[in-house]
Design a protein around this ligand. Structure first.
Ligand code: F6R
Length: 606
């Protein structure tokens, strides 16, 4: 998705902006640009392609101590130099960078052309530059407020104006924007990654807020320019988390960080004495917790699949009916919001627009929502009634790994707490706690099989199409395995319930279509092995992710053996090897692991 970085201070802005844009590259983009306010007015450089290409071709004397940068992900019009941000008005007085989508852009473009304005690009953003320029307000804040009054849609944006050379004005509605505080210098960004080298003291703008940012500070307003108060917070983030170090990709680094991340999410939250979990952030007392009759989990993509694992945990441990739903679909079916349902939004970034809008829909209808969120201070975290921070640390790779493992653990903690105010015995609670305590080391032992998995992945990568199959607890594992495989290897990978194979997809099983089957040692092992026989009979190659001692009979299969934990906690251990399979398949195919085509890290537009 698009990225924004801005700087106001005494340094030259270009190095700060270029470094910031480079750190936003992982979000996915197709063009990049910069605008500076210098002694000779407004200067803009932009082009399709990489940030490196842009910085290598910057004009000489491209200088200024206030500026904005942008990485664009094309929505309106193709990825070319003209459509890249920043956009300017006809006289080159105003520059705007914008994330989000202006829904009434066509009407505004028509209105502007009727007024004689010539539009240079195909974008929705350009209208903002013209609207700011046309406003007759005396202040830049007033001009931006006028422009935004005409606009419907989502935005995180930053505006420079030649007549106001000491400031930039930024605004947020549905697309993240933070202001970073330095020593007599200030930053803005759509993602902390862009400015983390300079500051971790930030203010998160709320939807419907405008801010003036100068070298000495910032002031916030509502859209009607009445003042708002804003605290800053200093985030506990290690800036080196945004470096891949000796790893070839962030995905690789983040997969290997899973044991440490898992220890962090569990730390201080396990109560062995009472066999339960401490989750102070839920903001619910025992009576409120007991009153919950249903749990509804909402997330997108992989977060949705882990949500399905979470629903199983809640049903198994707390015996409360639970299900997960794609947040992107939820609000479009006019959902019934029940007072005794606990809604759970799950998101790494905390900025996924579909999940955020689902949360807002529930809250509008009076429902209680908690968040399982990784990014502290993110929009979803702030919108929820309470929650569980995932403490996975910054996740940079588009393909989510460590945050997903911590989501699973977050659900295990939630299910444990819900269970222990109901019928889960103290002995069972302690059994689960012992299992949770073992998990980080067990994840480590799965990661230690990387070499074997790499060899296997090399063979899977040769197939154009694959199946991932599992049953009950194993099905979301298969879905996540297929998701990870397809998003970075670009191979067609389809997840199915093993039990459904006979009802259609078995027709596709053939020597050139491998199946990765999830076959844990549980009450369904026999059924799963029977399905393997059916696949083998059609000469479908098989990779079986399983436990020690599972008897596959005569089936000819490559085995990946993961350690056994409590059966409720097994799904996460069965998932980790699938991450490594996807990663090594993509590597074998020569793909850019951290920037998979067409995908972005946090999806902040619908
Ligand atoms: C897959 C992946 C995506 C995200 C999804 C939700 O590897 O990363 O499917 O899981 O876009 O993102 P968050 O968790 O930030 O809401």
């Amino acid at each position: 998705m698009c990225g924004i970085v801005g700087y106001v201070g005494s340094q030259q802005a270009v190095p700060v902006l270029v470094e910031g844009l480079t750190r936003l590259e992982h979000r996915g983009y197709d063009s990049a640009g910069l605008a500076l306010l210098g002694t000779t007015g407004l200067k803009v450089a932009k082009r399709a392609g990489r940030v490196r290409d842009l910085s290598e071709e910057l004009p000489k004397r491209f200088a200024g101590r206030i500026g904005v940068g942008h990485t664009r992900w094309a929505t309106h019009g193709p990825a070319n130099d003209v459509n890249a941000h920043p956009h300017t008005d006809a006289k080159g007085l105003v520059a705007v960078v914008h994330n989000g989508i202006i829904d009434n852009a066509s009407a505004l473009r028509q209105r502007l052309s009727d007024e004689g304005v010539e539009l240079a690009s195909d974008t929705d953003t350009e209208v903002l530059a013209h609207l700011v320029a046309l406003s007759e307000a005396d202040t830049l804040e007033g001009k931006v407020s006028d422009a935004l009054a005409a606009v419907e849609g989502t935005y995180g944006l930053a505006v420079l104006h030649v007549d106001f050379p000491d400031r930039m004005v930024v605004a947020r509605n549905g697309s993240p924007l933070i202001v970073g505080v330095g020593e007599r210098e200030m930053y803005v960004a759509s993602d902390l990654a862009a400015i983390v080298r300079h500051t971790t003291t930030v203010a998160h703008l709320d939807d419907g807020e405008i801010a003036t940012v100068t070298a000495s500070g910032f002031t916030t307003y509502r859209l009607d320019l009445t003042r708002t108060a804003h605290d800053t917070m200093t985030l506990d983030v290690d800036p080196t988390a945004y470096d891949a170090g000796e790893h070839d990709s962030f995905m690789h680094k983040e997969m290997l960080e899973q044991p440490a991340a898992a220890r962090r999410v569990l730390r201080g939250r396990l109560d062995e004495r009472f066999g339960t979990a401490h989750l102070g952030g839920l903001n619910m007392d025992a009576r409120e917790t007991r009153a919950i009759r249903r749990v509804k989990i909402l997330g997108c993509g992989s977060a949705y699949y882990v949500g399905q694992m979470g629903a199983s945990l809640v049903e198994e441990l707390a015996r409360i009916p639970a299900d997960a739903e794609a947040a992107s679909e939820f609000r479009y079916r006019n959902p019934i919001i029940e007072p005794d349902t606990l809604y759970v939004a799950v998101s790494q970034s905390g900025e996924t627009i579909d999940t955020l809008l689902a949360v807002q829909e529930i809250r509008r209808k009076g429902g209680r929502v908690i968040g399982l969120v990784n990014v502290v201070g993110s929009a979803i975290a702030r919108e929820c009634d309470g929650g569980i921070y995932l403490h996975a640390g910054p996740e940079v790779a588009v393909a989510s790994t460590k945050a997903l493992s911590n989501m699973f653990l977050g659900f295990a903690l939630l299910a444990l707490q819900l269970g222990r105010v109901r019928d889960l015995s103290i002995a069972d609670g302690r059994r689960l706690i012992a299992g949770l305590q073992q998990l980080p080391d067990q994840i480590e032992s799965v990661l230690a099989q990387e070499e074997t998995l790499a060899a296997l992945a090399g063979r899977l990568a040769a197939a154009e199409s694959l199946f991932f199959v599992g049953r009950v607890r194993g099905f979301p594992v298969a879905r996540e395995g297929a998701q990870k495989f397809k998003e970075i290897s670009y191979r067609h990978a389809e997840a199915y319930q093993t039990s459904e194979l006979k009802h259609g997809p078995l027709a596709l099983i053939a020597p050139e279509v491998p199946t990765v089957a999830i076959v844990p040692d549980d009450e369904l092992t026999g059924r799963n092995v029977a399905a393997l026989h059916e696949i083998a009979a059609r000469r479908g190659p098989l990779v079986v992710v399983t436990h020690e001692g599972v008897d596959l009979g005569e089936v000819d299969a490559e085995r990946v053996v993961v350690p056994k934990n409590e059966r409720e906690l097994d799904p996460i251990l069965l998932t980790v090897p699938l991450q490594l399979l996807a990663y090594h398949a993509a590597l074998a195919l020569g793909h850019d692991i951290d920037k998979p085509r067409n995908l972005a890290k946090s999806v902040t537009v619908e």
